[in-house]
Design a protein around this ligand. Structure first.
Ligand code: CP
Length: 315
């Protein structure tokens, strides 16, 4: 196995992962999955402590990082919301992360502002893991999405990935597409209302890398040739004009009827939470893997990530 390039590194953007890092992540995540399935966990991270510092709401990312640490025998400082921390008294982000860096070995940060994780990393002595910085990035989600796709299809080469919904504000889309764009024979279809299109700098990056890209407002044309349908919600919390949000929120609704046009081998993914863009009936379709595979894999990937960041000789 290759050397541990994750050891004591900040995890800020999907840009930092190269193919060899992704291969290492796949290998370690598979080990973690087997560990949980056979023994429930281990004491690999005994004596290590993680701070989960979440300025924004979260169910999956928060809980999967906490459970990952517990499954590996480590401890954690859970801050789900900062209203009872000194942030409420006006403490700055640099001072807050410096504080938790004194008491723990790694700080997992979710924050509403783009670039906040990078700033935190400049001030914190311990590794920062970006658990979502506003409309910027969500790199550990990209790792779990990559693992899910790769495990399901036996790799990502040659797949057609259709991403639909709020591509402007969807940080999971930004990180996952960056990561997958390293694989030249992947095709991207970006489907969104005009006003919620993927930022143009990302489209340019993908074109420069030779990735095949289409952009459209309708799903019907690209759905029959899609392997991965990655759905996102329209992000109400990023809108200043709530009337506009109301107009756009149900622009795309994935239903069993719509999925009749999709391949039998396709999968439907969603980072969740969903708020109406996938109807509950779709859950019964075996192609819907957002709960059965994608969400479940979140804990295994975070077990792998924490082990690699905290233990030099793990690999
Ligand atoms: N996928 C994701 O980030 O979900 P949460 O907001 O619940 O953490």
């Amino acid at each position: 196995m290759s050397s541990n390039t994750f050891y004591l590194q900040d995890v800020l953007t999907a840009d930092q992962f190269h193919k060899t890092d992704l291969q290492l992540m796949l290998t370690v995540t598979k080990k973690m999955k087997k560990l949980v399935e056979t023994k429930g966990g281990s004491d690999l991270l005994k004596g290590k402590l993680m701070t989960a510092l979440f300025y924004e709401p979260s169910s999956r990312t928060f809980a999967s990082f906490i459970s990952a640490m517990q499954r590996l025998g480590g401890g954690f400082i859970p801050l789900q919301g900062v209203s009872y921390s000194s942030v409420a008294k006006g403490e700055t982000l640099p001072d807050t992360v410096r504080t938790f860096g004194c008491y723990s070995d790694v700080v997992v940060l979710r924050h509403p502002e783009v670039g906040s994780a990078k700033i935190a990393a400049e001030f914190c002595e311990k590794p920062i893991i970006n658990a979502g910085d506003g409309v910027g990035e969500h790199p550990s989600q990209a790792l779990l999405d990559f693992f899910t796709i790769s495990e399901h299809f036996g790799g990502v080469d040659g797949l057609t990935i259709t991403m639909v919904g709020d591509l402007l504000n969807g940080r999971t889309i930004h990180s996952l597409s960056k990561l997958l764009s390293q694989y030249k024979n992947v095709t991207f279809n970006f489907v969104s209302p005009e006003i919620l299109r993927l930022p143009s700098n990302l489209i340019k990056t993908f074109s420069d890398r030779g990735v095949k890209v289409t952009q459209s407002e309708t799903l019907e044309e690209v759905l029959p040739r899609t392997d991965v349908l990655y759905v996102t919600r329209v992000q109400k919390e990023r809108f200043t004009d709530l009337d506009l949000y109301e107009k756009l929120k149900y622009h795309y609704i994935i239903t069993p009827q719509l999925l009749r046009q999709a391949k039998k081998t396709a999968v439907v993914m969603h980072p969740l939470p969903r708020v109406g863009e996938i109807t509950p009936e779709v859950d019964l379709d075996p192609r819907a893997i957002y709960i059965t595979e994608q969400m479940t894999n979140g804990m295994y990937v975070r077990m792998a990530l924490l082990s690699l960041v905290l233990l030099k000789d793990y690999v």
